[in-house]
Design a protein around this ligand. Structure first.
Ligand code: IMP
Length: 422
């Protein structure tokens, strides 16, 4: 029996979907624990490409029970659309379990996210999926949960209360149209009736699974540097992508976590606003973006690209307690004559090897680089670490030494088989 957590070690988009799909081969439960439809996980199998936003990537394995746990915020309209696409691709959704404690993303959350992002000042560069406003309502205790859908009167009453506040805001502050209570209630109660059999007491389900010695894989979304508390605040998401968030989001006790896998690209990307010390605003950044197909799965936005930031990666390793690293997209770096990795920062004239999570302070950090020789060969066909060009092996060894965590998986292309296991 093992409980494994897969955590994004950077600013999201680390190709966690592929890693989860691979690790799900011997899992009985694959559990999304945080975030919502802001996530976009891509899995490529036998010539097919699947894109997931809310549904755990592990659903592709027939023995897996996929679970959306209580820490996730769920837009049922987005879930319906995702399910329809997956059904057309022949995926059985009947096994999906949805947490009764999960909060609902409602159209007014999306609308608020969009209105706030339309401002020019103070913009976070969110995915506009309503994530921030939903978690804000959860903390303010005016959120609606999956469980509310089981009792239409209670759902309507809670929705009326929330909507009164929101509509006042829409009309008086943003000078836009109010939302209609009845139309909203009818649509969401309709989803509730349809999904009813899949609503589940997730902590109980997973605690029974633990007692029965089942293998549980917890699938993180976003990344450590986007964590609400430990990321580059305020340029963060509103949930807890870190490993500790897996316990909060699922009801699995911390002492039950056996392995924490950190997934990092061989370089760094970021979407949205916020500091990014190793960003490359030049043709090397363009080279990485084009070779890595660095465009968002959820929003299609071009991702900002830069060198690997080892200061940030070691911060993530310590914060999450990584027991293993998965390095993805190593193949993207082929063809660059020299590679740089950030090993320290200069902050207001002083040298530091410590990560600075505060978003405004990080913006003042200049990267200090170590230069490593690149390699020219394409590596998509390598299946053993020893088959990689010597400079690629040196690059990986440098990462391991600096971060202090063994690399157990190296991805050299999008396909399942383009993987090196250690
Ligand atoms: P939100 O999660 O939509 O509120 O966006 C907050 C910040 O997190 C923005 O910078 C987004 O670009 C970023 N973000 C949210 N989800 C993801 C993701 O899945 N991958 C990468 N960045 C994300």
């Amino acid at each position: 029996m093992a409980v494994r957590v897969v955590v994004g070690a950077q600013w999201g988009d680390e190709a966690k979907g592929k890693v989860v799909d691979l690790l799900a081969q011997d899992a009985e439960f694959v559990v999304r624990y945080a975030g919502g439809s802001n996530a976009g996980h891509t899995v490529c199998t036998d010539g097919h490409t699947f894109k997931f936003h809310l549904i755990p990537s592990g659903i592709l394995h027939p023995q897996v029970t996929p679970v959306i746990a209580d820490g996730v915020v769920i837009d049922l309209r987005a879930l319906e659309a995702e399910v329809n696409t997956l059904r057309e691709q022949g995926i059985d959704i009947g096994r999906l379990r949805i947490g009764l404690g999960a909060h609902l993303v409602l159209p007014y959350h999306r609308r608020l996210d969009e209105l706030e992002e339309a401002r020019t000042e103070g913009r976070i560069g969110t995915t506009r999926r309503g994530i921030g406003p939903t978690y804000a309502d959860k903390a303010a205790r005016i959120g609606l949960r999956i469980a509310d859908l089981l009792d239409p009167d209670r759902f309507r009453a809670r929705l009326r209360r929330a909507l009164e506040q929101r509509n006042a805001l829409f009309q008086r502050v943003y000078e836009t149209e109010p939302l209609d209570l009845e139309a909203l209630a009818a649509e969401w109660l309709h989803y509730g009736a349809r999904w009813r059999d899949q609503f589940t007491d997730v902590p109980a389900l997973l605690q029974d699974a633990l007692a029965a010695g089942k293998n549980i894989l917890m699938e993180g979304a976003q990344g450590t540097l986007l964590d609400l508390d430990y990321g580059t605040y305020p340029y963060v998401t509103s949930s807890h992508p870190v490993a500790a968030g897996a316990c909060l989001g699922t009801g699995i006790p911390p002492r039950c976590l056996d392995e924490v896998w950190g997934v990092a690209k061989a370089y760094t990307t970021r979407v949205g606003e916020g500091p990014f010390p190793t960003e490359l605003a030049d043709e090397q950044g363009d080279y990485i973006r084009e070779r890595g197909r660095e465009y968002g799965t959820t929003t299609g936005r071009a991702r900002r690209c830069g060198w690997l930031d080892l200061v940030a990666l070691r911060y993530a390793a310590r914060l999450n307690g990584f027991t293993a690293l998965a390095i993805t997209l190593l193949d993207v770096l082929s063809g660059l004559p020299t590679l740089r990795v950030c090993v320290a920062y200069r902050l207001d004239g002083a040298y530091t090897e410590r990560f600075v999570a505060d978003g405004f302070t990080l913006a003042r950090c200049e990267p200090i680089y170590e230069e490593l020789p690149g390699w020219q060969e394409e590596i998509g066909d390598c299946r053993h670490r020893e088959e990689l060009p010597p400079n690629a092996q040196r690059y990986l060894a440098f990462i391991e030494r600096y971060v202090g965590v063994p690399i157990r998986l190296i991805s050299v292309g999008p396909a399942r088989e383009q993987t090196i296991w250690q």
